[in-house]
Structures are given as structure tokens and as C-alpha cells.
Design a protein around this ligand. Structure first.
Ligand code: F6P
Length: 316
């Protein structure tokens, strides 16, 4: 069988490990696997390359995605998707494995309606996909953020400052809550765990009066203008404050062991599903077991609030 694989949306550490597992498991079963360049762009422009065992050598530890990725708003148009489906059909590629986040899943779900046999793998640092406990790239991004928090704590303590650290996550606070707990943050502010700003500043003032030397605030992007928040804290709390936006550094780097394992398992499982004639689904890990669910159950859904929030108030 001919099978396509692509990565789409924001890149995530472990995407290459997932492609590698797809290619090598496909090869194991005698399938031909085609790498599609730059996500759905390569499908539409017919930019695809045959991958073999050797072409994914050295990819397990490499960050980013060697196939490239884009966000392609045109893919929302039926005509664009029809062109993509035709390109696959003309090449005899029957099945497609898409690695990415919610937007990638929506593209795959819509393509499924045109007869393409699609399987989705969750590849995003945000961990914001329903139907899976973890997404590929999340664990590595948490490590990157924790490393940054540890460093910022050193300088915050030296200068008696409040450090605000803005992390990615879009509509999901998992990066902030996992990294904030690991980094011993005093405040973790996420879409699922908002704070009252005035109360927080009063508490910080109280910390100053108690003689504490620093505090760490980890906040999900798009909630505050963190530089303005730092100014307010500096003006009102008695501490000076600085904000650091971690930005794209969170998406890079070599995947950590957990992400390499997760990506390898998911890539292998996707091929097993294809062998079993199961399509129109996305792969997840639940309680350390591989599972699959129809796209329609996952796209646009929110993940349940992390159980870790019960820790936040008690240990911060
Ligand atoms: O979806 C992953 C993500 O990194 C989000 O956390 C972030 O909001 C977004 O991508 C940024 O995307 P872009 O690469 O389009 O700037």
C-alpha cells in the first residue's frame, strides 16, 4: 500500500521521531511511505518524496520536522482539498497520516470526507488535544520551560524580583501548570485557573513584608500583557518585577526520552490501524495505552481540566 505522512501546524519536538516510526513500520510491512513537504501545502502542490529506512536515519533525536510544516488557511476551501485528494489519488496513495494539532485534525477530517483514509497523530507542545493524555512535544517543552524557570529563579533571588514567565499553550494551561509545579512557581495563571490581579499583587506585597526575596509567576500566553503586569507589580508591591516571554524556544530542541517513546509508539500504532483497515480516527495515549477515536469526537473539543490544579494552591 502507498501511505503519505505529513506534519502540519506548529512544529513540536518528536515529530521527526513519529515520521521515522511511520516510515520504518511501514517498511517492515512492505508499504511505500511518501513524505509530504510543508504540511497540506505539499499535498496541494504535489510536493512529495518517497522515504525509506535510510531516509529517516538520525531523525529520532532531531528537533523540528524535516518534512517542514505550514499553516494553510486555503485548506478550509473545498476546491483546495479536492486538488489535494486528486494528487494523492493520481499517485495511488490511499492512506494519509497527519501529525499536528487541532487545525491539522480538522484538515484530515475534511479530507476523509473526500475518500482519503486519514489517521491523525497529536503533535503539538500545547497538550491541548482531547482524547489523549499527552501530545508529542509536550514533555520536551515542559523541560525547556522548567530549565528557564530555574535560571530565572537564580537571578530573581539575587535581585529580589518577581519574575513573570509567559509560556505558550493557546487555550490550554497544561504547559504552565506542569512547568509551574516543577519550577516551584508561586502563581500559575492559565485559562482554566485565572487569578484576580489585585488580590495577587496584594499577596506579593505581603510576601515582601514577610521578607521573601523573590516570586515566580508562570502565565499562559494571551491572558495578560506581561510587561504591563510587571510594571504594575513594580509600582504596587514593593518588589521590582520583570517579564520574560519564552516564545518559540519552547518549540525547539531534541525530543526528551518520553517524547521519543510516545512518538515512536504512535507512529507504529498508526500503521497497525491502517493494516487493520481503521481510518478517520486520531491516535491517543490513555493510561499508557494506545487508543483511537473518530476525528469528529476530538476536533474543537476541550481537554478536561488537569488534576494537577488541586496541587497548585497547596504547594505554591
Ligand atoms: O500550537 C502551538 C503553538 O506553539 C501555540 O502555543 C502558539 O500560540 C502558536 O503555536 C504560535 O503559532 P505560530 O507559529 O503560528 O506563531
Amino acid at each position: 500500500m502507498k501511505i503519505g505522512v505529513l506534519t502540519s501546524g506548529g512544529d513540536a519536538p518528536g515529530m521527526n521521531a513519529a515520521i521515522r516510526a511511520v516510515v520504518r513500520t511501514g517498511d517492515f510491512y512492505g508499504h511505500e511511505v511518501y513524505g509530504i513537504k510543508d504540511g497540506y501545502r505539499g499535498l496541494v502542490d504535489n510536493d512529495m518524496v518517497l522515504l525509506d529506512h535510510k531516509s529517516v536515519s538520525g531523525m529520532l533525536s532531531r528537533g523540528g520536522t524535516f518534512l517542514g510544516t505550514t499553516r494553510l488557511p486555503e485548506f478550509l476551501q473545498l476546491e483546495t482539498r479536492k486538488k489535494a485528494a486528486k494528487n494523492l489519488k493520481d499517485r495511488g496513495i490511499e492512506a494519509l497520516i497527519t501529525i499536528g494539532g487541532d487545525g491539522t485534525y480538522r484538515g484530515a477530517m475534511d479530507l476523509s470526507q473526500l475518500g482519503v483514509k486519514c489517521i491523525g497523530l497529536p503533535g503539538t507542545i500545547d497538550n491541548d488535544i482531547a482524547g489523549t493524555d499527552y501530545t508529542i512535544g509536550f514533555a520536551t517543552a515542559v523541560e525547556t520551560i522548567v530549565d528557564a524557570i530555574d535560571k530565572l529563579r537564580d537571578t530573581s533571588s539575587s535581585h529580589q524580583r518577581v519574575s513573570i514567565i509567559e509560556v505558550m499553550g493557546r487555550r490550554c494551561g497544561d504547559l504552565a501548570v506542569h512547568a509551574g509545579i516543577c519550577g516551584g512557581a508561586e502563581f500559575i495563571i492559565t485559562p482554566e485557573n485565572p487569578v484576580n490581579k489585585e488580590t495577587m499583587i496584594k499577596t506579593i506585597k505581603h510576601y515582601k513584608d514577610e521578607g521573601r526575596r523573590h516570586a515566580i509567576i508562570v502565565v499562559t500566553e494571551k491572558i495578560f500583557n506581561v510587561h504591563e503586569l510587571a510594571d504594575e507589580i513594580s509600582n504596587l508591591s514593593g518588589f521590582s518585577s520583570r517579564a520574560t516571554v519564552l516564545g518559540y524556544i519552547q518549540r525547539g530542541g531534541s525530543p526528551c526520552p518520553d517524547d521519543r517513546i510516545l512518538a515512536s509508539r504512535m507512529g507504529e500504532y498508526a500503521i497497525e490501524l491502517i493494516n487493520d483497515g481503521i481510518y478517520g480516527v486520531c491516535v491517543g495515549v490513555r493510561d499508557n495505552r494506545m487508543v483511537y477515536l473518530p476525528f469528529a469526537n476530538i476536533v474543537n473539543q476541550f481537554r478536561p481540566k488537569s488534576q494537577l490544579y488541586s496541587l497548585v494552591k497547596k504547594v505554591s
